[in-house]
Design a protein. Structure first.
Length: 127
């Protein structure tokens, strides 16, 4: 029986034991998700970098953007950043995804959009 030690990069991403570096951290940066405090939308609670490629958002340990508080599903949403566009897709979560106060299943985000996953709000900042 093989036993592999769990590897996690400094940013908290779960790594395959054979990977020499974290593929999320070394991919080009494309922006940020800025989590806003629910009481005051002008106060920043946390900042999550957005990298080129696919990033899962949720409470699961294998998510590139892991948020354990709130009602986020294990795999709540998928962000795809490619060639200057950022798409968000619902991964069948119990709670909806909203962009600028409208329910969406799949949506192309632009800089300045307000993304709401369950009860957590983010401001999208793209470069």
């Amino acid at each position: 029986m093989w036993i592999f030690k769990r590897r996690i990069c400094p940013a908290g991403h779960l790594l395959d034991p054979s990977w020499p570096a974290c593929p999320v951290c070394i991919s080009p940066m494309r922006g940020w998700l800025v989590r806003l405090q629910s009481e005051n939308a002008d106060v920043v609670d946390a900042v999550y970098p957005l990298h080129q490629g696919k990033m899962k958002v949720g409470s699961g340990g294998d998510c590139e953007i892991r948020i354990t508080r709130g009602n986020l599903g294990r795999h709540h949403a998928l962000l795809k950043l490619d060639r200057g566009t950022c798409n968000v897709s619902d991964l069948g979560s119990e709670h909806s995804i909203q962009v600028n106060n409208r329910d969406v299943v799949n949506h192309t985000l632009i800089d300045g959009d307000i993304l709401r996953l369950a009860e957590i709000e983010f401001k999208v900042k793209l470069i």
